[in-house]
Design a protein around this ligand. Structure first.
Ligand code: C2O
Ligand code: CU
Length: 450
């Protein structure tokens, strides 16, 4: 018998409204977890069980999604698979974290408000590797759109129209909930930086004033080997891990985003999020191996497509434009069967970029506009450029239930650019009561006040 080595790690997350100081001059009415933006960084080792009690002290329902974790459907934290957590209520999420990597959690209810106001945090699962760095940091990227008195205000009719079209983007640029932070790093050292793009819509094109770095991991953990780069695009929902350094004493550079034209009505800009200052030299113990792990290909580039998924933006009488998946809003897609390899061609026929996110499973990009990607990686979020196609491969392992995929620009998701689908175990058949928005009876409900 396998020895029982599973460690259970308990956390409590309390959602509430609180005052949050984003800079010396600016305090906002934030919504978040444990009175902080971001909420606490949850940490575990690969294979541990997380038991996270979420208590809702907001005046409206919420639910928490664990972005990127391969967990059971009932723990995915959407209103497809559980009742929302009512004001005053609580729910305990419990799941094993089977993969090492940089993940995150965020509200999955009224996201355009709840996430915009700060309801997110990091979830870090440590791997067992021989990578050694002198320090590790997590950077959660976000931007807020505040009015002159630092409030979140809904705009007028036209502003709302543009916000729905472009996604909400603001000038208050945050790293870990703070504006203009200064990051102190020692000369001679090498650090591992984990970036998570928690923005509603901002495309963060990471740049360190031209300093070279190494990309070592993406959404689903380590690459096979590091990639030298001086910039990397992080769309909403995506993560990247980089290794930086070493630098010389007195050096300084920015953590910034280069302009990226995602074809919205917002003018692309060069944005500075934080400054890094290099202090006195410290000894280093850093070691970055040549090879991290092997990533076995799920499918070859010209594998037969099993499903086509179409993202489009179409004229609508009611809204002017609608955000569609397969020509419909909040659509239901066909089921997928356990153990049957999926090769999806995700196309974007619109004139703007959309970040595609699949819940609960990692995929590999096997082709992008006819080309093979430069390196193999596990992903759960990928950008789809205007008028382009991305072919992904993924394996539905034995986790039947309701799942979803959607555009991670929150306003597009809300407008309907999403699809629900079921994963079915052929031997057992569909789960009961699975039609849109309904609960499976085997979902543990622990939310009082219902
Ligand atoms: Cu991070 Cu359904 O999303
Ligand atoms: Cu979109």
């Amino acid at each position: 018998m396998k020895p029982n080595t599973t460690k259970i790690i308990n956390y409590e997350l309390i959602a509430s409204e609180f005052d949050w100081k984003i800079s010396e001059e600016k305090t906002i009415k934030a919504w978040g977890f444990n009175n902080s933006i971001p909420g606490p960084a949850l940490k575990a080792n690969k294979g541990d069980t997380l038991a996270i009690k979420v208590k809702n002290n907001l005046d409206e329902p919420t639910v928490v999604h664990w972005h990127g974790i391969r967990l059971p459907s009932s723990m995915d934290g959407t209103d497809d698979v559980q009742r929302t957590i009512q004001p005053g209520g609580e729910f305990e999420y419990r799941f094993v974290v089977p993969d090492a990597g940089t993940f995150w959690y965020h509200s999955h209810q009224n996201e355009t408000v709840q996430m915009e106001r700060g309801m997110y945090g990091a979830l870090i699962v440590e791997e067992d590797s021989n990578i050694v760095t002198d320090a590790e940091r997590v950077f959660m990227i976000d931007d807020m759109k505040l009015n002159a008195s630092n409030e979140f205000k809904e705009g007028n009719f036209f502003q709302r129209w543009f916000e729905r079209h472009d996604g909400r983007q603001g000038d208050t640029l945050l790293i870990n909930g703070k504006e203009n932070s200064v990051i102190e790093m020692s000369a001679g050292q090498t650090e591992r930086w984990r970036f998570i793009n928690a923005s509603s819509a901002k495309y963060f094109r990471l740049h360190l004033s031209g300093k070279q770095f190494k990309i070592i991991a993406t959404d689903g953990g380590l690459l096979e080997r590091s990639i030298d780069a001086s910039e990397v695009l992080l769309v909403p929902g995506e993560r990247v891990e980089i290794v930086v350094g070493s630098f010389k004493e007195g050096d300084a550079f920015n953590v910034e985003s280069l302009p990226y034209n995602r074809m919205s009505t917002i003018k692309p800009k060069h944005d500075v999020y934080a400054t890094v200052r290099i202090g006195a030299t410290q000894p280093t113990k850093a070691f970055i191996p040549e090879h991290f792990r092997d990533i076995e290909s799920l499918a070859i580039q010209d594998a037969t497509v099993t499903r086509e998924v179409k993202f489009s933006v179409d004229p609508s009488l009611k809204h002017g434009i609608d955000f569609h998946v397969n020509g419909d809003v909040h659509t239901a897609d066909k089921p997928v069967y356990v153990g049957e390899l999926q090769v999806w061609e995700v196309s974007n026929t619109s004139l703007m970029d959309h970040p595609f996110h699949l819940h609960g499973f990692f995929f590999q990009v096997i082709e992008e506009n006819g080309k093979m990607p430069a390196y193999k990686a596990w992903k759960d979020t990928v950008n789809i450029k205007p008028r382009s196609k991305v072919k992904i491969a993924w394996m539905p392992d034995n986790r039947p239930g309701m799942w979803m995929y959607h555009c991670h620009i929150l306003e597009h998701h809300e407008a309907g650019m999403m699809a629900h689908f079921e994963i079915i175990d052929r031997a057992k058949g569909p789960m009961q009561h699975h039609h849109h928005h309904h609960l499976c009876e085997n979902v543990p409900i622990k939310s009082p006040g219902l």
